[in-house]
Design a protein. Structure first.
Length: 677
């Protein structure tokens, strides 16, 4: 038997809110994790906002992009344009001209005046009467005039009614009704009914231009020696070395840790556990009786001399980047003053750093979850602010992926609230999601897997991934070619051509790139025991580099960096477009400036041992070139006259393994002769 029972009352329907709208706003970009984290831009950028916006029926919509600097009360509104009608895709733009956080959102509504104009024009074109429609228009205009708080503009609106009434024919009346001035007044004053407001206010963080475009050079100050000095280098020696760095075209000079180095368990050459009295130790084993993270290694110089280095670098257009490595030598003052900031083993000893099977007995990792974590986090944040006070604005952070994300968000937010021009580079060779999340919580730039991407397919796939939304909105890769920790196999076995290949790739694929020198320009390639570690690594000893060697790549680096500086197309990432070239050992790609006036095509031979040739397929019209056009190789100075879209390219690695072509456009003068620019 089925027990029917009494029929239960249906649930009461959900009544829409009084301000319900027929409009839907979705697919908004840039939007990082639903607005939880800001998209990144630099000062002077034009932020393009897009969204899919639609409503039922065939109504005309008006959408506005509302933006403001965070903390301001008033919103700046700009109309969004329907750029892809079939996809209901709207775009709008606003400019960010100050450092800090901006906010934006979108408002949209069914535009009664726009619908009137469209429908009335159709009726008139079909020969229909529009007298009733004109009466509807008068009502709309009166509504706008009544809502206006500007008496002059209200009077102008009412005058439009008289002008339309007095028009000699319907065509003239419609012409008056569709003038731009009336359209603007109606947009400003006609009450907006059932406006759909996007349910989020989205942030954009605006950073200095150097966050987007920078050229890094890493060196160990202790290995910089003035004439006749074969001992420990000093800040004064680095000042004397600045012309060398500046001449090559670098604008960021990154110094590994410059703090006192511990004596306990100090490492010897090549990471040996046996340390000789003359071994200087690893700069990353921070802290001794001379101080910790707020102190300088006494052999490098005084705080005054460090500040003189920072000031001298700025004269050359160079920013000093400082290494932030939150770990301690057993001799660090924190160990005695705050033993609870470290991990303790059951026997009471402090655990040293490990990355099995590697052991770092000279380093104690910090316990970011210690019972005193709040004071710890505050102290480490104050470390960064301490160096900010001494003129540093760029920080390369060592292994941030081994510290809590929440800590970095706290530290970076705090520093940037005081100094919005601060820049942080994440040295995290971790899983992609971890690298990307560090960028979300505030890192301006990030190391990347480019160092190990050598083949055409790998480079193409990886850079395509990085330079498209959503990643491109918050993740800025810094394409380091080598580091003191990483001597890639390609550089170990490819010789001088391999170094040239990787340099050109990094410098033209990435707006941010860096090298560790002088190891790089001198093509150091000896590794330790089949690893990616440099043999006789500078991490554990003072080196005596012969930077004036005839075979140095310094002139080549200088040329490539000048090309970057002279061509705006190479100073951004979103514009990268890979091109077809019918040789698997060659890669080709183009970058064009946002105004279309600067177009660069790079072709690289990825084989450091053999000459390679192929046919490059270049859609010349996409770059503003005619069927016959010139290309100028900015590396060798050679010029070629190309025809059509398919042209032959040959590269010899021992001569130049790459071409960086500037597409020259034909200009016809009043005197009727041509020249190329």
């Amino acid at each position: 038997m089925v027990d029917v029972g009494l029929r239960k009352p249906k649930n009461e329907p959900q009544v829409p809110a009084a301000d319900w709208s027929r409009v839907v706003i979705e697919g908004v970009t840039p939007e990082v994790d639903g607005g939880k984290y800001p998209a990144k831009r630099v000062r002077g950028d034009v932020v393009t906002v897009s969204a899919n916006i639609h409503a039922d029926g065939h109504n005309v919509l008006t959408c506005v992009l509302a933006s403001r600097k965070k903390g301001k009360n008033d919103w700046l509104e700009t109309r969004m344009q329907l750029v892809q009608p079939g996809l209901d895709l709207y775009e709008g733009q606003f400019t960010v001209d100050k450092l800090g956080i901006y906010e934006f959102t979108i408002h949209c509504w069914i535009d009664r005046f726009a619908n009137w104009k469209r429908d009335t024009a159709k009726k008139l074109a079909a020969g229909q009467e529009i007298a009733v429609e004109l009466e509807e228009l008068y009502t709309l205009i009166q509504s706008a005039a009544g809502a206006s708080v500007d008496e002059l503009e209200a009077g102008t609106l009412l005058k439009c009614i008289n002008d339309i009434r007095n028009a000699p024919d319907p065509e003239t009346a419609l012409s008056i009704a569709t003038q731009a001035r009336l359209d603007n007044l109606m947009h400003d004053h006609l009450p907006r009914l059932r406006v759909c407001q996007y349910d989020k206010i989205l942030p954009v963080i605006v950073e200095p231009e150097r966050a987007q475009y920078s050229t890094w050079y890493e060196l160990f100050p202790r290995s910089v020696h003035a004439a006749g000095n074969e001992q420990h280098g000093t800040f004064k020696d680095v000042v004397a070395h600045l012309p060398y760095v500046a001449q090559m075209g670098f604008d960021v000079l990154y110094l590994p840790p410059i703090h006192p180095i511990g004596n306990a368990h100090r490492k010897g050459k090549n990471n040996s556990l046996k340390c000789e009295p003359s071994d200087p130790g690893s700069p990353w084993a921070i802290g001794s009786e001379h101080g910790g993270h707020k102190s300088l290694h006494p052999q490098l110089g005084t705080m005054e001399e460090f500040e003189e280095l920072v000031a001298a670098a700025k004269v050359y257009g160079i920013d000093i980047a400082m290494d932030i490595a939150f770990q301690c030598s057993p001799d660090h003052p924190y160990v005695k003053e705050h033993p609870d900031w470290f991990y303790h083993r059951p026997d009471g000893s402090i655990r040293y750093a490990e990355n099995p099977p590697k052991k770092y007995e000279d380093i104690y990792p910090i316990d970011f979850e210690s019972s005193d974590w709040q004071h710890l986090w505050r102290e480490l944040t104050d470390v960064v602010l301490f160096w900010v006070e001494h003129g540093v604005r760029i920080f390369r952070v060592d292994n941030p992926h081994t510290k809590p994300f929440a800590f970095w968000q706290y530290l970076i937010d705090d520093v940037k609230s005081a100094r919005p021009d601060a820049i942080f580079l994440s040295e995290a060779f971790a899983r992609p999601k971890i690298m990307y999340h560090l960028a979300k919580v505030g890192f301006s730039q990030s190391y990347s897997y480019f160092t190990w991407r050598n083949h055409k397919e790998d480079i193409t796939a990886y850079l395509t991934e990085l330079y498209k939304p959503p990643l491109v909105d918050y993740f800025r890769p810094n394409l380091f070619v080598n580091t003191p920790d990483i001597l890639p196999e390609f550089l170990q076995f490819g010789g001088r051509p391999a170094h040239m290949i990787r340099l050109v790739l990094a410098a033209t694929l990435g707006a941010n790139y860096g090298v560790y020198g002088p190891a790089f320009e001198l093509c150091a390639s000896d590794s330790t025991g089949g690893t990616e570690e440099y043999h006789d690594s500078e991490k554990y000893e003072i080196k005596h580099w012969q930077i004036d060697r005839q075979d140095s790549l310094a002139p080549f680096i200088t040329r490539v960096n000048k090309i970057r500086k002279d061509n705006r197309a190479l100073q951004q990432n979103r514009n990268l477009k890979f091109l077809q070239i019918d040789n698997g050992d060659m890669i080709a790609y183009a970058k064009t400036s946002s105004d279309g006036l600067n177009a660069i095509v790079t072709v690289v031979n990825l084989d450091p041992h053999n000459t390679q040739a192929g046919t490059l397929h270049l859609p010349a019209a996409d770059f503003g070139a005619e069927n016959t056009y010139q290309v100028h190789d900015l590396i060798t100075g050679m010029r070629f006259l190309w025809n059509g879209e398919a042209n032959y390219v040959k590269l010899e690695p021992n001569v130049s393994p790459a071409f960086v072509f500037k597409i020259l456009k034909k200009i016809r003068t009043e005197r009727d002769f041509d020249y190329f620019v």
